[in-house]
Design a protein around this ligand. Structure first.
Ligand SMILES: [Zn+2]
Length: 411
């Protein structure tokens, strides 16, 4: 079916289109132009005057199997992930989480993102684990990648060797994704040096965290066109330190924003955006350019994860986008100021999956099922059975669990 969003302010890779028309056919965008074009008789056209159309947000780092809350970690700052993980495994909240089916945890994670305008997420985990539990999710998982857990002798044994996984990435134009420089022991500090020795620094390489990166590490990353996923909330919580983001940007390293798991990271991308901006201002005494931060969640992420059809609204791209209520004169800033109330519609793969009740008839015309929910006091409609999921989680833990990242009630 062919359908159109008319009179939106469309954020394109190079510009913004006022009174824009976004055309969708199947799961692709077939055009982004101004709204003066005559309506095709067969197409469904929706007037969304005043709203901003943005590429859906891409979250660069999460572990959906760990989608639970509250955070753990009584002995911060940690030396490295392992010290934190030991505390996690010994915590009562981990025991509580263990009572919940893994497929439900995946869904909790997917909805955590969906209600915030995230349309794609990189779930860092071996493929065989994800394939066991991640089914029927209302969000796009970036599934094509090679990986290592991290670059130390105590890394989890994920994937084949670093050399083999990186080669797989080069051969198939995939990202090679690994945690790196996340902590302060010598092996962790030596992440980039070790990757260089293993010939695993290239445009495929995506380093998550990069807290301990030195100037020479950053030079190597820049020279090899690597990417870094910046997760300020998780880093500041676990380590009281985060990546040298200004230097990374100045050297031209491709930086992506990520929330990490809510058991160490942010509640959601709203908090991540806010902390990223505050941290930058406090640390460097200047504002993080809105276009740069926006790129970290869209085009930079698409580049890092080798997803050229995501992250921008243009003809031929996948139809993953959001509509946001805000100041049409400052469209990018409006997306950065997004909150539950201002997110008006999320479309993934050409299908509406979340939005304001004003779009009910649109969901119905496109045969997209929905459930009515109240999200942080705002009425919304959402794909799938979110209320049933929350009910199943409460049954599993045997009390009226409230999950901070899903402030959802029946409507
Ligand atoms: Zn991680």
């Amino acid at each position: 079916m062919h359908w159109e969003i008319a009179n939106a302010t469309i954020i394109t890779p190079t510009d913004t289109i006022r009174q824009g028309l976004l055309s969708i056919e199947g799961n692709r965008i077939t055009g982004a132009s101004d709204s003066s074009r005559k309506q095709n008789a067969q197409s469904l056209r929706m007037d969304v005057s005043g709203l901003i159309a943005s590429p859906g947000i891409i979250d660069g780092h999460d572990h959906l199997l760990g989608s639970y809350r509250p955070r753990v970690g009584d002995r911060r700052p940690y030396l490295n992930w392992l010290a934190w993980d030991n505390d996690l495994k010994a915590s009562p909240i981990y025991k509580e989480r263990q009572q919940i089916e893994s497929s439900y945890l995946y869904k909790l994670g997917a909805y955590r993102h969906l209600i915030t305008g995230v349309t794609s997420v990189q779930d860092h985990i071996p493929h065989f684990v994800r394939e066991l539990f991640a089914s029927d999710l209302p969000i796009r998982l970036l599934k094509d990648y090679a990986l290592a857990h991290s670059v130390t002798s105590f890394a989890l044994k994920w994937g084949d060797s670093i050399e083999k996984e990186h080669q797989k990435a080069v051969d198939n134009n995939l990202p090679f994704i690994t945690h790196g420089s996340e902590g302060f022991d010598q092996e962790t500090i030596d992440t980039v040096k070790t990757l260089a020795e293993k010939n695993a620094l290239s445009p495929q390489t995506v380093i998550i965290h990069g807290i301990a990166l030195s100037d020479s590490d950053i030079d190597l990353l820049a020279r090899n066109k690597c990417s870094v996923v910046w997760c300020p909330v998780s880093n500041l919580y676990m380590f009281e330190k985060t990546a040298p983001v200004k230097k990374l940007l100045e050297k031209g390293v491709n930086v992506v924003l990520g929330t990490d798991s809510p058991m160490s990271g942010s509640i959601n991308i709203f908090e991540e955006i806010e902390v990223a901006q505050k941290y930058y201002r406090k640390t460097y005494g200047e504002t993080l350019d809105e276009k740069i931060l926006f790129a970290m969640m869209t085009t930079n992420a698409a580049r890092a994860f080798k997803q050229p059809d995501l992250g921008s609204l243009r003809e031929g791209a996948l139809a993953d986008f959001i509509l946001v209520d805000g100041d049409a004169g400052r469209p990018i800033q409006s997306v950065l100021d997004i909150n539950y109330e201002k997110l008006m519609l999320s479309v993934i793969d050409g299908k509406p999956v979340y939005g304001d009740p004003a779009f009910v008839s649109f969901f119905e015309e496109l045969d997209a099922g929905y459930q009515k929910v109240m999200v942080a006091g705002t009425k919304k409609i959402v794909s799938g059975d979110l209320l049933g999921l929350l009910e199943n989680v409460r049954k599993a833990v045997r009390y009226e669990k409230q999950i901070e990242f899903l402030p959802v009630e029946p409507w």
